[in-house]
Structures are given as C-alpha cells and as structure tokens.
Write a protein that binds this ligand. Sequence first.
Ligand code: NAP
Length: 254
Amino acid sequence: MGERTDRYRSEVKALQLGFDLGMTLVDTAEMYGEGRAESLVGEAIAGRRKDIFLVSKVYPHRATRSGVLTACEQSLKRLKTDYLDLYLLHWRGSTPLAESFEGFLQLKQQGMIREFGVSNFDLDDMEELAGVPGGREVFTNQVLYNLTRRGIEWDLLPWCRDRKMPVMAYSPVEQGRLPAQMDAIARKVNASRFQLALAWLLHQDRILVIPKAASEAHVIENRKALDIQIPEQILAELDALFPPPRNKSPLEIL
Ligand SMILES: NC(=O)c1ccc[n+]([C@@H]2O[C@H](COP(=O)([O-])OP(=O)(O)OC[C@H]3O[C@@H](n4cnc5c(N)ncnc54)[C@H](OP(=O)(O)O)[C@@H]3O)[C@@H](O)[C@H]2O)c1
C-alpha cells in the first residue's frame, strides 16, 4: 500500500472500512514503499489512534542500539503518532540481538513502543532469545503461515504455544494465490477459499491474522471470515488437501 499515487485514496478508504468493521490491528513497516505505507496508515488512523493496535517494523540494518531509536522516531513521524503498540525486528540481520533489544527496551522505557517482537525467526533463533538481555520480553514472532505453508506446525508453533506467545500469520491468503481446489470445500461452509483460509487460521489459539486488502470488497469478505465456524469434517478435508508437516523444514519467507 502507498506505492501508487492513483490508488492512495482508495487504499486509505479500504483501511478505514476495515476499522469501521472492527479490524483494528494494522501491520506496516518502514520498508513498505520506503515509508510511503506508513504515511498512508498515518492518514488512515488520524482521529482514531486509540482504537488501533499499530504494528511497525525496523529494517535489520537499522536495528543497532542507536539506529533503532532513529528508525522508530521516523516511523512515528510518518504515522503521525507518538507510540507504536508493537515494534518488530523485520528479520534477523548481522546486528547482535542484544544490541537491537537494548534499543527496543529503551524505546519501551520512553513510551515510544508498548511491546517489541521479531519476525521471520525460526526455532533456533527463538531458542537463542532466552540468553539475550531483553529476549524474554519478546511479545510475538511474525511469520509466513497459511494453509499452503504449514511448516511451522512441526516445531516453531508448538514452541510458541508452550510459552503462550502469540504468532502473527503473515500472507494468510498466500498473496491471493490460493489453489482453486479449495473451492469445493469452501462451498460447504458457504465461504470463498479466501474466507476459509482466514477462518482456518482464526479458529486456532493465539494466532493473529493480518491479511492485506486494498479493495473494499476484499475487506468486507475478509471480515466475514470471523463468523465462519469450521466443522471437524472440513478440518479433516483441509488436512487431506494441505497435509501438516511430517518433518522439520526451514522457515519459509516471502
Ligand atoms: N514480516 C514479513 O516479513 C512480512 C512479509 C509479507 C507480508 N507481511 C505482512 O502481512 C500482510 C499480508 O501479507 P501479503 O500482502 O504478503 O499477503 P496476503 O494478505 O496473503 O495477500 C494479499 C493479496 O490477496 C488479495 N486478497 C485479500 N483478500 C482477498 C480476498 N478476500 N479475495 C481475493 N483476494 C484477496 C489482496 O488483494 P487487494 O489488495 O487487491 O485487496 C492482495 O493482492 C502484509 O500487508 C504485511 O503487513 C509481513
């Protein structure tokens, strides 16, 4: 979002429609459109900041002790707010985690962020957290997770569940490329394949689901996914079409 001026107005409207329908978590990053997505979100949330759970992310190369403070200040300026609800390290780079977390802890102390977390961290990265100052305060891990990408169910997801850590599922509708074979199953619950994919994630504990929808029709359709109950039989059919993992695979990234 925010990358094309001709779509700017309709993207702001799509976000605001989502808020009106109760979808009040917004996920953005300094990387998206090199700041333009944050500026667009800033406009969309104007006047309703307190109703929004605002998430942004810092580039790994900026996530040094002092770099993270500058990056956050710049994000806040674009978002026209004075705090983030959650600030994530976008992926793991070469900066030692202890340094990034020192910056995050300082931001937290200053009230510029409420919580911090990580993104695209595999299990071995998560296991390192306990030994890093600030690592135990990591609030969430945002990773690629949808019906067609179930690898994290092998180890990463159970690990987070054991620790009661929410997982944020990004690209939950596989960037609009869910397979047509899902349609026959989706019809049985009067849903589209996109709604079924979202409902499947939402029926699980502690999964935060962040579909991107720039069109109002998609926003409305996605909101309705919250009301879909998936019977056991449908879950079994989905497992047959998209089998859960049978061994460890590296974390996928988009
Ligand atoms: N941490 C990370 O490294 C990372 C990586 C990727 C994404 N993310 C986050 O996750 C969010 C979502 O991921 P994503 O954009 O990659 O993938 P996505 O949400 O799975 O898919 C977005 C695409 O699906 C389309 N779509 C949405 N709802 C639909 C529906 N009901 N029917 C048909 N098509 C529909 C959208 O179209 P329209 O826009 O035209 O409505 C858009 O083209 C991003 O916005 C970002 O915040 C994070």
